[in-house]
Design a protein around this ligand. Sequence first.
Ligand code: NAG
Ligand code: NAG
Length: 330
Amino acid sequence: MTTSGARLLLVALCVYGGQGLQQSAPRVRLSFKELLDTRAARPFSFAFNTSDYRILLMDQDQGRLYLGSREYLVALDMQNVNKEPLIIHWPASAKRKGECQMTGKGRQGECANFVRLIEPWNRTHLYTCGTGAYQPICTFINRGWRAEDYLFRLVPGYADSGKGKCSYDPNQENIAVLIDGNLYAGVHIDFMSTDAALFRTMGGRTAIRTEQYDSRWLNEPVFLKIQQIPDSAERNDNKLYFFFREKSLDSVSGASPSVLARVGRVCLNDEGGQKSLVNRWTTFLKARLICSVLGEDGVETAFDELRDVFIQPTQDEKNPVVYALFTTAG
Ligand SMILES: *[C@@H]1O[C@H](CO)[C@@H](O)[C@H](O)[C@H]1NC(C)=O
Ligand SMILES: *[C@@H]1O[C@H](CO)[C@@H](O)[C@H](O)[C@H]1NC(C)=O
C-alpha cells in the first residue's frame, strides 16, 4: 500500500455473494472504491506513520493476524481488524540509530527497526526479528495462552543477534521459517548486502549455509517464499523448498535471460559435510522454473522474473498447489 496516508487495507477472504464485481473477465486493476463496494474489504484505520506494512503471520488458534511494520508489531482480531488491536512499539535505540546514520545508510529512513519476521515458537510465545537500524535483532513475544488473555508484549530484557535470520537492509526481501526450533532463512547476511545465503541457525544444531560468494549456488538472489513440504511419511525425509529469482550466470552473452525463476530444496536433517562442505548444505539443489507462452505469431515469450509464490495446502500434504506470479524480465 503506498497511499500517502499509509493506510492499510486488509482484504477479508469472503466469497462474493453475487454482489459488486460482476464481470467475469480477469481484472488487473481494482479501484479503492470498487473494492469497498464489494463489501469484502475492511480498511484498518490505525496509522503508524509508515507504509511499510507486511502481514507476516496468521494465528488460527487465537483468531489473530500479526503484522510487522516499521518499529511496530500489531495483533489484529481476524473477525474485526479495528477491534482493539494489540500493539508493540519496538524501535531501535537512539544510540543505534545515530550509529546507523554515521555509516551513511538511512537516507530513506532505513535507520529504524523494520520488523521482518514473526514465527510461532511455542504455545505461548512468538519469535520476531527486525533490521534493528542495520543491526538485525530478534526476541520473543509473549502472546499468552488464549486470545482472552489479551497479552502481546516483548519478553523484557531479552535480545538475540539477528545475523543470518534477518537482513540488514529493509529493502532486501527475506524469507524465514521456524521448524522444530531451527530457523531457516534466506537472507543477506552482511551489512553491505553482498552475501546472500540460505542459513540454518538456532536449535542447538550446527549452523549451516550455502557456499559464500559462490555464484553457482546463489547469484544475487531475491528470496520469495520458503516452506517445508514432506515427500514421504518418513520425517527424516522432510524437505524445505524455497522459491527465488536470481541473476543468470551466463547473462553476459545476451542471448539467454538475465533473470531466472528458481525453486531450491534442502533436506531438513542435513548436518553439513565432514571433510568438504563443512557447515555447508550437502543436499542443496535448485532447478529453473520455466513459464513461457507461445504467441499466435509463433514467438515465444518467457516469463523469467518470478515475483511471488503462494502455496495452497491440499488434502495430501505432500502435494500442495503452488501458485506463482511471473513477469517478463525488464
Ligand atoms: C513520521 O516518520 C518520519 C520519518 O520517516 C519522521 O520524520 C516524522 O517525524 C514522523 N512523524 C510522526 C508524527 O511521528
Ligand atoms: C515458550 O518459550 C519461551 C521462551 O523460550 C519460554 O519462556 C516459555 O516458558 C515457553 N512456553 C511454553 C509453554 O513452553
